[in-house]
Design a protein around this ligand. Structure first.
Ligand SMILES: NC(=O)c1ccc[n+]([C@@H]2O[C@H](COP(=O)([O-])OP(=O)(O)OC[C@H]3O[C@@H](n4cnc5c(N)ncnc54)[C@H](O)[C@@H]3O)[C@@H](O)[C@H]2O)c1
Length: 329
């Protein structure tokens, strides 16, 4: 497809948006990426539940693509189900309606492993496993997948859906999901802190490196339309890992790292989700290929977080460490 695009991003100030936006800017040019959020220091303030403001913005920008990231994540959603529903379903509905009204070519909707409930196969969960989720987050996202297929059929809108696992990166902080621990554990290790893990030791979940997720998402959105054969979305797999696996990978490099397992409500959420994903359809249809496994990701996480800490400490001490993060593993 042609590289000249105008892109609107919602929810740009979150864990994924902070990494995806620079990648989109690099690919399509800064002037062609319009990024918005309801919070933070962002160029465009947009609450996606504000139907009028959203439509007005889409009419002004006339994007060719919308990356709709705005959401309330799983753990936060269980505590505030009304807001989770309003943002995750009504906000998304507003995006789809505005996209149809303004003839947007493509919309990206990030779904989640949370669409699968306890009756889905837990190992190598396939795309067509039953979606009977038990969290408000999963229920709204499962409805969102069906909406994607409906808008495609009814309006010819090219809505593309990926079911992300837990996303792990060094660049940004996670935003209230059940897999947040898999980022926080690395920060604790670099800080020399004992880590209090909210999931039980063997609670395996599918995980994916941020770098893979961002690259895969852009590749998917650029794939030719005839390659997208699953209208309600594709699993996007990386590797499967439990807290004890992450702790073990860290301890290979930092033998003094210590962890306590203190499962809370997030462990119950995780228990209803898959342990690993079957993403063979994404690999077959549009060429998905993750690059990071747990070992490679652990080396990169510890390297980048450690380099950023060292640079901050040197700065505080009045020294300059040129390009420290870029030299990390
Ligand atoms: N991070 C993961 O592990 C993961 C896994 C599966 C799916 N996803 C999905 O990917 C998308 C991005 O996730 P993330 O991790 O960056 O989430 P995040 O919570 O870090 O960021 C979400 C952003 O949405 C914004 N937002 C919330 N309500 C809004 C509103 N009413 N209007 C506009 N913006 C609003 C928030 O301010 C926040 O900056 C979400 O749709 C999420 O469901 C993420």
């Amino acid at each position: 497809m042609q590289v000249q695009q105008r892109i609107l991003v919602t929810g740009c100030n979150g864990q994924i948006g902070q990494v995806l936006v620079p990648a989109l800017q690099q690919r399509y040019g800064k002037q062609n990426v319009f990024h918005s959020d309801v919070r933070g220091d962002v160029p465009i303030h947009l609450d996606v539940t504000d139907t009028t403001a959203l439509l007005k913005l889409v009419q002004e920008i006339r994007p060719t693509m919308i990356y709709h990231l705005a959401a309330v994540l799983s753990a936060t959603g269980e505590r505030d189900p009304v807001r989770a529903w309003q943002v995750n379903l009504n906000g998304y509905f507003n995006v789809l309606e505005a996209a149809v009204a303004c003839k947007v070519e493509r919309v990206f909707f990030p779904s989640t492993i949370a669409v699968y409930g306890p009756d889905a196969p837990r190992e190598a969960t396939p795309d067509d496993a039953p979606t009977r989720p038990t969290t408000i987050y999963g229920i709204a996202k499962a409805a969102g997948e069906n909406l994607a297929a409906w808008y495609r059929k009814k309006h010819g809108l090219d809505v593309r859906v990926l079911r992300y696992p837990g996303i792990i990166g060094w660049e940004s902080a996670p935003g209230g999901g059940t897999t947040d621990y898999a980022v926080e554990i690395y920060h604790a290790a670099v800080d020399g802190q004992r880590f209090r893990c909210p999931l039980s030791a063997q609670r395996a979940l599918p995980m994916l490196a941020m770098a893979d997720a961002v690259r895969g998402t852009i590749e998917y959105m650029e794939a030719d339309a005839e390659k997208i054969l699953q209208p309600s979305g594709y699993n996007l797999g990386g590797f499967s890992g439990a807290p004890a696996d992450f702790a073990g990978a860290i301890q290979q490099r930092m033998p003094d790292f210590a962890i306590d397992y203190v499962p809370d409500h997030r462990d119950a959420i995780a228990a209803s989700w898959p342990e690993g994903l079957n993403d063979s359809a994404a690999r077959r249809d549009w060429g998905w290929q993750p690059q990071y496994d747990l070992q490679a990701l652990t080396a990169a996480m510890l390297g980048h977080i450690g380099a950023a800490r060292a640079a901050r400490a040197a700065e505080a001490a009045g020294k300059v460490v040129p390009n420290a993060a870029a030299n990390a593993a």
